[in-house]
Ligand binder design. Structure first.
Ligand code: EPZ
Length: 416
């Protein structure tokens, strides 16, 4: 029986919340533990299904993993270079084991990750980049078979600043002979976290804006590293605070990593105060209408497009939301409209959101992590009861969601 979330909306969220480690940093860090046999110890690891999946993945490839309460230790030799299909199918980020496997063992067989609810999501940039570093890539019945007897550094130009392709190439180039330069690299904060982690293990990586230079090294050493905090989870809770006309403070965050959202919320007339490693959002009335365009960092993050769209369904006037990163990331729209929102989609990738004074709860379905977050925000802001199915999507990206929201005064429960 699928679990559901039931939310009784209308209560302004108030209080302070410590933000957990970043899913989109923990996953590449766990994959890059394959680059050494030495022990890697990660702290501030978020308690998420996707983290469990990646731990299973590195375990299947030979690593011994242990840990509890936000800490993980990984050590040992790789004893397989076949990534299990069921794990890659479950989570696209598993594809990041390709570079470490082929760099360390000379061969890798990794199923091509499926598309999902947010578009086709090809891996061509990963593969073309690896070929530039001397990897031979073949496709055999739905799998990528990669071979290389040693990688060699090279210049690589990314047609698009793909986060995953940048991470894949940083890992490969770290073990390549000679120097690599990645041009038009992704600049998301999680990339810097991966670079800091690898440099702590003895890698030689320098970031200069959208150019990343890597001098290959023979070996990487053991290290202990604290995962950066989750800027997308922080943004989600701040948007929930604004949508419920409440006052929410998130702590343990890097305010510069959340800056694109903070500035956008100020645009919408919402009070945002930043101090050291905390951000407070307070709002007592409906937000102003604004224009949002998602772009690679430091643009507005695509992972907060659905959440901020939920906020804008209550804004004064008509807002415009343009999604430029993924080719279809609007599955939350029909569900929000079921609650009385007035969102229309153009044929391309733009939403027009006519703000309403109130919304009403009903039954809705979460289809991916961030669409689910948008429905939770809408349910918290709406009048009456909202029941959300597809809760497993939320478990992939938000740890302790019900407890965190209850601590902010929300009335919700999770049940079969
Ligand atoms: C990462 O996905 C994140 N996931 C995503 O977060 C995030 O939305 C995305 O970056 C953009 O910021 C993790 O870090 C685990 P991309 P990734 O490669 O690496 C196209 C969440 O909700 N593309 O930057 O898959 C691709 O189709 C998730 O936490 C190619 O065309 O994103 C997309 O349109 C969702 N060819 C665009 O680039 C390629 O080889 C951005 O993708 C690779 C990507």
């Amino acid at each position: 029986m699928r679990e559901k979330l039931t939310i009784h909306g209308g209560t302004p969220l108030k209080g302070t919340l410590e933000i957990s480690g970043a899913k989109n940093s923990a996953l590449p860090l766990l994959a890059s533990s394959l680059l050494t046999e030495q022990r890697v110890h990660l702290t501030n690891v978020p308690d998420l299904k996707d983290v469990e999946t990646m731990l299973s993945m590195v375990g299947e490839l030979g690593k011994s993993t242990s840990g509890e309460a936000g800490e993980v230790s990984i050590a040992g030799k790789i004893d397989s270079n076949h990534a299990p299909a069921d794990l890659v199918k479950k989570m696209r980020a598993s594809f990041l084991v390709l570079a470490p496997l082929v760099a360390r063992t000379g061969k890798a067989e990794v199923p091509i990750p499926g598309g999902c609810n947010i578009g086709t999501r090809p891996v061509d940039l990963h593969l073309k980049g690896l070929e530039r570093l001397g990897v031979n890539i073949a496709q055999e019945d739905g799998k990528i078979v990669a071979r290389a007897d040693g990688l060699s550094g090279n210049d690589v130009f990314l047609n698009y600043p793909s986060v995953g392709a940048t991470e894949q190439l940083i890992m490969a180039a770290t073990m390549a002979k000679g120097e690599t330069a990645i041009y038009n690299a992704a600049q998301e904060p999680e990339i810097r976290d991966l670079v800091n982690f690898l440099n702590q293990m003895g890698a030689e990586i320098r970031i200069n804006g959208s150019i990343i230079r890597i001098n290959g090294v023979e070996e990487l050493d053991r290290t202990e590293y604290r995962v950066m905090s989750d800027r997308i989870a922080a943004g989600t809770y701040l948007i929930a605070g604004a949508a419920t006309a409440g006052s929410v403070t998130v702590t343990g965050v890097d305010t510069s990593a959340v800056k694109p959202l903070s500035l956008k919320l100020k645009n919408a007339g919402i009070t945002v105060r930043e101090k050291d490693n905390s951000i407070k959002v307070a709002s007592s009335e409906r937000p102003e209408n604004i224009e949002v365009i998602t772009l690679p960092y430091p643009g507005f993050p695509t992972d907060l497009q659905a959440p901020i769209t939920a906020l804008l369904t209550l804004a004064r006037g008509k807002s415009v939301v343009k999604e430029t990163v993924f080719d279809s990331r609007f599955d939350h729209v029909p569900e929000l409209n079921k609650m009385g929102a007035d969102i229309s989609m153009t044929n391309s990738n733009t939403l027009f959101v006519e703000g309403k004074t109130s919304l009403r709860g009903t039954e809705v379905e979460a289809t991916d992590i961030r669409a689910g977050a948008a429905l939770v925000i809408e349910g918290l802001a709406a009048e009456g009861k909202t029941t959300i199915t597809g809760v497993k999507h939320l478990d992939r990206g938000y740890s302790n969601l019900v407890t965190n929201l209850r601590n902010l005064g929300a009335q919700l429960e999770r049940h079969k």
